[in-house]
Each structure stands twice: as C-alpha cells, then as structure tokens.
Design a binder for this molecule. Structure first.
Ligand SMILES: C=CC1=C(C)c2cc3[nH]c(cc4nc(cc5[nH]c(cc1n2)c(C)c5CCC(=O)O)C(CCC(=O)O)=C4C)c(C)c3C=C
Ligand SMILES: [Fe+2]
Ligand SMILES: [Fe+2]
Length: 349
C-alpha cells in the first residue's frame, strides 16, 4: 500500500487510494477521488503530523527487502543473488517503477511477494491487478517470468514472531501474577460488509492467524479478534477495536494488550490509531495497563519467515496461483480471473 513520506505527500496518497476501484468502487471515480481526498487531507495530515510527519512504511519495507535478500542468498544459494524491489500501490515507488527498474536490471524471473499475510481482494488482489496492468503495458514481450505468493496467514515463523512479541510484551509490561489474565486484543484493519458478504477470504485468514498464535501461546489468556480503521458511513465488519476497549473498561479490566495482527510494519494504524487514539480511549475507560505489542518490522525471525515462504515456493516448483480467486465479485471491476490466468500462463523453467 505504502504511505505518505511527508505531510505534502498526503493528498497524492489519498487521491491514489480513493482512485483504486478494487479498494473503493465509487461512481464517477475520477472526479470523486480528488474531491474526497482534498476534504480528508487536513484530518489525515494531522494524524501523520502526530506520528512524526510521515509514514515509516517506506523505511520498514526497504529494510525488510534488504534483509530478505541477505537471508535468501544464505539459505538458497542456487538462486542467488536475490534482489528485492518495492511496488507500493499508492505512493512511489509504484509498481510501474519496480517493473522499470527490473527491466533495466535485466531480471528474467520474479516473484510477486505480498506483504499482507492474509489475502483480500481489496489489498493483495488490487496490487496483483495493478501488476498485471503494468506488465501488459511495460513488458508485452514477457521478458520477465512471474509467480505469486499471495498469502501466508499461518506460516510457522509468522505465528512464532507474533507469539514471541506477545510473550515479550507480557513479560515487560505486567507483573507475573497478572500476566495470564491480561486480555489479548487482536486488531486487524476492518472490511466493508459489502466485501465480507461477497466472500472475501480476509476475515477467515485473519481468524486463522489468531487461532494459530493462541494455540502456540497455550491458550492461556482471554482474547478477542476486533476490527479497526472503519471509514465512512457504510457498515463495516465489527466489533470495533474502540468499542471493545471501552467494554473491557466498563467490566473493570485494568490491563489490555493490543496486537496488530494484519500488518507487518508500523504506520498510521499502529502509531496513531492504536497507540495515540485508542491509548486515550483506554485511559478514559480506566485501563491503566493498556499496551501494544511491537510490530514485526525488521525482526530477524520475521525476515526468516519471509525467506522460508520464498524458499518453499521456489523448492515446490513455484507455479502456484491456485489460491487466487478465479473471479470474485469484490474485484469484478478489475477481473481478477484475468490476473489469475495471466500468472497461471507463465512458462517457468
Ligand atoms: C490489511 C490491511 C488493510 C485492508 C484489508 C484494508 C482494506 C480497506 N481499506 C479501505 C479504506 C482506507 N484505508 C486507508 C488506509 C490504510 N489502509 C491500510 C490497510 C488495509 N486496508 C493501511 C495500512 C492504511 C494506512 C497507510 C499508511 O499509513 O501507511 C484509508 C486512508 C486513510 C483515511 O482516509 O482514513 C482508507 C480510506 C477500504 C475501503 C478497504 C476495503 C475494501
Ligand atoms: Fe478478487
Ligand atoms: Fe485501508
């Protein structure tokens, strides 16, 4: 997805985001997108100002890419050297810039690796549709052969990294006598109910990650799966993170550990919404022990997770587009079936 590096980049970021038909299909989109974005700029700029003046997502994604190259070169020397390219959806470097750089470097074989562990047509689906559009335009001779890693919600090292971060936070933030009773509040970016009702697999895959992490932790703590960042008046998947925090406060809970479970790095959803906005909500609700688990960012265990995902993909023949939806109503405007066919038709050596 990417995020604005500076406050001046907020409007461009929002305009690209509201122009994405796979994320938010709007009537008269090319007219409405800049209009809605302009109206949201002051509010969103204020949020980015409060987290240091911009999104750190570029910094973390770059780190993840560089470290992934190093680990892959070690654990899979037969395909070394590996090189990573960032393809953000709404800010530079866009997919277009990644493909340009790859062609200039003479790349012949590539993997589209999503940094959303759980698949949604609105996120990974949108990025893959954008990639196919760009490839048809920028690489019509198909000089680069592609395969796709579109999800890894229960990959063992992903689960292990989340579990380790939760254990570290419990140990660091709470006295031993209270640790097992701290509610773990797993918070993921919500989806509009219209997208959920069309069968988007994201809610089930987020649930699968939560279940795997709780199993790994021995199911000691009470837990909830809750949903954040709802935008606009239409119905979104709940319960809302904010309401659940208030509910715990009403019940007299003094401790609460929130776990961002669908993001692999820090950005506005963790640093502003979870830390500042809901930190305030928790305080008002009397929850003095409100804490957040650290994001995955450049944790070597998470980098190893990514490297293992890529290694298994390559070792297994690497063709897999099996899981991509054939044609799903939530992204029908971009014909995800064509995207699946495009990748399935790649002739890999
Ligand atoms: C797993 C991650 C995400 C899913 C799923 C997702 C779905 C989704 N989002 C919107 C609308 C907006 N999202 C916005 C920002 C935003 N969204 C995500 C992640 C997911 N979105 C992130 C990480 C960010 C912030 C980017 C950053 O800071 O780096 C926004 C813009 C903010 C605002 O105007 O309030 C909108 C709008 C929809 C409609 C949707 C599913 C269909
Ligand atoms: Fe789709
Ligand atoms: Fe979003």
């Amino acid at each position: 997805m990417g995020g604005p590096k500076t406050l001046n980049d907020v409007e461009g970021f929002l305009t690209q985001l509201f122009s994405d038909k796979d994320l938010i299909p709007l009537p008269f989109q090319s007219l409405l997108a800049p209009w809605i974005s302009k109206r949201r700029v002051p509010k969103i700029q204020d949020q980015y100002a409060k987290i240091g003046g911009g999104s750190p997502i570029h910094h973390w994604t770059e780190r993840q890419g560089i470290l992934l190259e190093q680990v892959l070169d070690q654990i899979r020397p037969e395909s070394a050297p590996h090189k990573s390219y960032i393809a953000f959806r709404y800010v530079k470097p866009l997919t277009e810039h990644a493909v340009t750089a790859m062609k200039a470097d003479g790349v012949k074989r590539a993997i589209a690796l999503t940094l959303y562990p759980q698949y949604s047509c609105s996120t990974t689906g949108s990025s893959l549709n954008e990639l196919v559009r760009n490839l048809k335009d920028q690489d019509p001779e198909q000089s680069i052969k592609w395969s796709v890693i579109d999800r890894y919600p229960t990959q063992p090292l992903l689960v292990e990294t989340f579990a380790k971060h939760i254990e570290e936070a419990l140990e660091r933030e709470y006295p031993a006598s209270e640790r097992d009773s701290v509610p773990l509040v797993f918070s993921a970016h919500s989806l509009p109910m219209s997208v959920v009702n069309r069968g988007d697999t994201y809610p089930a895959e987020v649930g699968a990650t939560v279940h795997a992490v709780m199993t790994r932790l021995g199911n000691r703590n009470p837990y909830r799966l809750v949903w954040q960042s709802q935008v606009g008046p239409s119905p979104w998947l709940g319960p809302k993170t904010e309401d659940v925090i208030k509910g715990y406060g009403k019940q007299g809970f003094k401790n609460l550990l929130v776990v961002p479970i669908a993001f692999v790095s820090d950005h506005i959803e963790t640093l502003f919404e979870l830390d500042l906005e809901y930190g305030h909500v928790a305080k008002e609700a009397g929850i003095t022990g409100y804490k957040r688990v650290e994001s995955l960012n450049d944790d070597p265990l998470f980098i190893k997770c990514l490297a293992d995902v890529v290694k298994s993909h390559l070792d297994s023949g690497a063709s897999s587009t099996k899981q991509l939806p054939l044609r799903c109503p939530s992204c029908i405007s971009e014909k995800c079936g064509e995207t699946k066919k495009f990748f399935a038709d790649q002739k890999l050596e």
